[in-house]
Design a protein around this ligand. Structure first.
Ligand code: SAM
Length: 190
């Protein structure tokens, strides 16, 4: 192999590692844009977590939300991230923060959410539309869903945190699975 070919191979691998997962993540959920930290903290207040309860961040980015959930609420916090580089960064960050949250390299579309007390995310409206029937099928009564910036089409939030135009922060939408309605597929975990 010539020096030129070696460099080409290295560049190709770097390209594949950075751009391909980023493009895949873009089309399956959203690109990596972190939730502003004050908004992340507020989202977790609104998630109303108790110690030991399971919360997922769907597309956890650098893992900031799950770290805060584990640290301040002692939640069983799991971050799901598809992009390998973002995942690696979240793991490094978690290591240095000594976080008890878990970061998994998984596609959030393929996770079973029946054990979730809360879901938090910052995802685009199209994927929220795709995920809605899954949420309706799997989430248990009383489960909370806290979405940064985008609404879930067809659902009515129980609370909406308004925009903060000074700081350019988006809205936060909070949803709750009604306690009186037993979602399909939830009998099994009783
Ligand atoms: C807008 S960022 C939000 C990051 C983090 N939740 C936050 O609020 O700071 C969306 C993240 O979702 C990830 N993502 C997109 N599609 C995904 C999928 N199908 N499964 C897991 N992660 C995904 C992206 O790589 C990106 O890091």
């Amino acid at each position: 192999m010539t020096e030129y070919q070696l460099w080409f191979a290295i560049e190709f691998i770097i390209f594949a590692l950075i751009f391909i997962p980023t493009i895949v993540a873009f089309f399956t959920g959203a690109p990596w844009i972190p939730t502003p930290m004050p908004r992340a903290k507020r989202m977790l207040e609104l998630a109303d977590l108790k110690p030991g309860e399971r919360v997922y961040d769907l597309g956890c980015g650098d893992g900031r939300l799950v770290h805060l959930a584990a640290k301040h609420y002692e939640a069983d916090a799991v971050g799901l991230e598809l992009s390998p580089l973002v995942y690696a960064w979240a793991k490094v960050r978690n290591f240095f923060l000594r976080s008890s949250s878990k970061i998994l390299m998984r596609d959030f579309r393929k996770i079973d959410y029946r054990n979730a007390k809360a879901l938090v995310f910052y995802l685009l409206p199209d994927i929220l539309k795709v995920m809605r029937p899954k949420f309706e099928m799997e989430l248990r009564p009383g489960a909370r869903i806290v979405s940064y910036a985008f609404e879930i089409d067809g659902w009515t939030p129980v609370y909406t945190e308004p925009r903060d135009p000074k700081r350019h922060y988006g809205r936060i939408f909070v949803y709750e699975v009604p306690k009186s309605i037993k979602a399909n597929g939830n009998e099994a975990k009783k």
